[in-house]
Design a protein around this ligand. Structure first.
Ligand code: ATP
Length: 235
C-alpha cells in the first residue's frame, strides 16, 4: 500500500532522515519506534507532504506521492493525527468532527460514521456541544483520532497517541486503534515512544535511530529481541 524508497528529508542543512526504506501492506498495523529525535515524526511528515523528502520516492498504491502537496495527499485518504493533538479548541466537539469530513459530500455515510465514532467514544457524544478546548488530554486525543476517522482514511498516520496520557486512557485508545484496524480495515502507521504497547498491537515494527532504520521484523519478534528489550522496553 505504501512504500518509501531511499527517503532523505532535511530541515535546512540538518538531515533528519537518511535513505529510509519502509513498506506498509494494506490492513496492517505497523509501528515505528525509537528515541526522542530519532526522526519518527519526520517520517510521518514526509509521507503526508508536510516535510517532503529532498531525495527518494514514496509510493501509495503504486503511485508516486512525494511531490504532491499535503492537501492532495489527504485527498488520497492518507490522514495524519499529529503529535500534540491539534484540535480546534474554540469549536465544539461536533464541529471538530465536521471539520474532519470537509472533503466529503456523502451525507448519509457521514452520519453513519459519526454514529460509529460515538459508539467508540461515548464521552464525545456526551460532550458534543462543548468546546474542544474544555476536554481532558485523553478526550482531546480521542477527538483528534475521531476527526481523522471522519475523513474515512485508508491509511491513518498516528504520531504518539499515548503522549502525556494516563496508562488507563492510553490503553483505551490503543484498544480503539486496534478495533478501527480490524472493523474498518484501516491501515495504521503508528509512531510511538511507548514501544511495549505499540508492539503489542502491531503486526510489524521498524526501529529508528538517528534518522536511520536499524531493524525491522514482526512485532512479536521485536518484543523478544534482546537489543530492543534493553533499549526500548526497559527489560
Ligand atoms: P520525538 O519523539 O521527540 O518527537 P522524533 O523521533 O519524532 O522525536 P523528529 O521530531 O522527527 O524525531 O526529529 C528528527 C530530527 O530532526 C531531530 O534531530 C530534530 O531536532 C530535527 N528537527 C525536527 N523538526 C525540526 C525543525 N522544524 N527544524 C529543524 N530541525 C528539526
Amino acid at each position: 500500500m505504501l512504500e518509501l524508497i531511499n527517503v532523505s528529508t532535511f530541515y535546512g542543512n540538518i538531515q533528519a532522515l537518511h535513505e529510509i526504506n519502509l513498506k506498509v501492506d494494506e490492513g496492517e498495523i505497523i509501528t515505528l519506534i525509537g528515541a526522542n529525535g530519532a526522526g519518527k515524526s519526520t517520517t510521518l511528515m514526509s509521507i503526508s507532504g508536510i516535510a517532503p523528502p529532498r531525495t527518494g520516492e514514496i509510493f501509495f498504491k503504486g503511485k508516486p506521492i512525494h511531490e504532491l502537496s499535503p492537501n492532495k495527499i489527504v485527498a488520497l485518504a492518507i490522514c495524519q493525527v499529529p503529535e500534540g493533538r491539534h484540535i480546534f479548541p474554540d469549536l465544539t466537539v461536533a464541529e471538530n468532527l465536521d471539520m474532519g469530513a470537509f472533503l466529503r459530500s456523502d451525507k448519509k455515510q457521514i452520519e453513519e460514521d459519526l454514529e460509529y465514532i460515538y459508539t467508540l467514544f461515548p464521552i464525545l457524544q456526551e460532550r458534543r456541544h462543548q468546546p474542544g478546548g474544555n476536554l481532558s488530554g485523553g478526550e482531546q486525543q480521542m477527538l483528534a483520532l475521531s476527526r481523522a476517522l471522519m475523513a474515512r482514511p485508508q491509511l491513518l498516520l498516528l504520531d504518539e497517541p499515548s503522549m502525556g496520557l494516563a496508562p488507563l486512557v492510553t490503553k483505551q485508545i490503543f484498544d480503539i486503534i486496534n478495533k478501527i484496524n480490524k472493523e474498518q480495515n484501516t491501515t495504521i502507521f503508528l509512531v510511538e515512544q511507548n514501544a511495549n504497547l505499540a508492539l503489542k498491537i502491531a503486526d510489524r515494527g521498524y526501529v529508528m535511530e538517528t534518522g536511520r532504520i536499524t531493524l525491522h521484523d514482526k512485532a512479536s519478534a521485536l518484543l523478544t529481541n534482546e537489543d530492543v528489550q534493553k533499549a526500548y522496553l526497559g527489560i
